[in-house]
Design a protein around this ligand. Structure first.
Ligand SMILES: Cc1ncc(COP(=O)(O)O)c(C=O)c1O
Length: 364
């Protein structure tokens, strides 16, 4: 099948770029002795997770138990649920997964640890635990110091659990600049203190897991960090470019859309709105826009209804007509992937793969 034969809107993946992104990451992790446990939240496709494992990933990361269930299909050596698993329904499902797959959970509360321990004990499983620390994002994670030590002590003493180390997510470092260098150095100092204190208290810290796409290739500079969990790197998106982490040439995913109306002067409507693109804004830009038109970067995709994308073309020299097709680079590819039932992997003009996004909509 050829790209020209696809109906729209359609999420396309340039396989050459994706392969390059995957290879570069695998080489980097190998060169620096970093364990790679890619977050599958970006692609949500078991076949792509399989490629990540084939390139040397030690295991996979997911956010939801439902995503973990989808990934068991390819029998990964280990799964990290990098999100607290709270409530009996999820824990029961997690224990079913743990019957055949090594499972680790990142958590930051005694409640989460106690519930996990009870579920593990009841089902005869052993679950690894990474205690989540707040490295500056202020989202989840205990503070380094007495709170962390107290939680690690409890985790280490609870039946059915084993303490593997700590996890953090440096999502507060969004744009790569001098301030980011300082912030990343502070994360290293924090981690070094955490590891020293926990080990002095008798708790060996085997894994220090972090690493998101913006700061990814600086991971080797962060003291104590020995595992990275990047997600977006497989495709990249407009925001990874805007934050300075990559270039447009490294963006593998784009959305093919059709111009369905030019009735309003200076504007065209494309056949994708909020059901097709994420509502994330472009990082660091004043402009409100929901993607970059690859064929007309001066166009401003400034408004969305469910099925209508409003594109301001007043500054565009190119003429667009109803029926024309455009490619749009999404601001946040992970959320865009979640909106599409299937995506198309292509090389040149040929569609080589039609992948079902099996992990989409897995909210639980
Ligand atoms: C806990 C956690 N780990 C890893 C990642 C991957 O980050 P990125 O997509 O920036 O590589 C995310 C992304 O949201 C996350 O929430």
């Amino acid at each position: 099948m050829n790209i020209a034969e696809l109906d729209t809107p359609a999420l396309l993946i340039d396989l050459d770029i994706m392969d390059r992104n995957l290879g570069k990451m695998a080489d980097y992790a190998r060169a620096h002795g970093l364990r790679l446990r890619p977050h599958t939240k970006t692609h949500k496709i078991p076949a792509l997770a399989e490629r990540q494992l084939a390139l040397g990933a030690a295991g996979l990361t997911v956010a939801k138990v439902g995503e973990a269930e989808v990934m068991t299909k390819i029998d990964p050596p280990e799964l990290l649920v990098a999100y607290p698993v709270i409530g009996k329904q999820k824990l029961d499902r997690l224990m079913t997964i743990a019957a055949n797959t090594r499972v680790t959970v990142a958590l930051d509360s005694l409640t989460a640890a106690t519930e996990l321990s009870a579920a593990a004990q009841a089902s005869g499983r052993t679950i690894g635990v990474l205690v989540e620390i707040d490295a500056g994002l202020g989202r989840v994670g205990v503070q380094a110091g007495p709170d962390l030590l107290a939680l690690v002590q409890r985790v280490a003493s609870l039946p059915g659990l084993f303490f593997e180390g700590v996890a953090f997510y440096p999502g507060h470092i969004k744009v790569l600049n001098e301030a980011a260098d300082v912030a990343l150095a502070a994360v290293g100092t924090l981690l070094d203190g955490v590891v020293r204190n926990l080990e002095a208290a008798g708790f060996p810290v085997k894994i220090v897991s972090g690493g998101s796409t913006p700061t990814l290739y600086l991971s080797h500079q962060v003291a104590r960090l020995n595992e990275i969990r990047p997600g977006t790197y497989i495709f990249n998106d407009r925001n990874t470019v805007l934050c300075g982490a990559t270039t447009y040439n490294d963006c593998a995913a784009s959305i093919l859309a059709t111009v369905v109306s030019t009735a309003v002067k200076g504007q065209m409507i494309i056949d994708g709105g909020s059901k097709t693109f994420s509502s994330d804004r472009p990082m660091g830009l004043e402009e409100v826009s929901f993607g970059r038109l690859l064929d007309a970067p001066e166009a401003v995709f400034g408004k969305m209804n469910e099925e209508h994308g409003f594109v301001d073309i007043r500054k565009v020299s190119k003429l667009f007509q109803v029926g024309d097709r455009v490619r749009v680079l999404p601001n946040h590819v992970c959320v865009a992937m979640n909106l599409h039932e299937q995506v198309y992997g292509y090389r040149g003009e040929t569609v080589e793969h039609v992948w079902r996004v099996e992990g989409r909509g897995k909210l639980q």
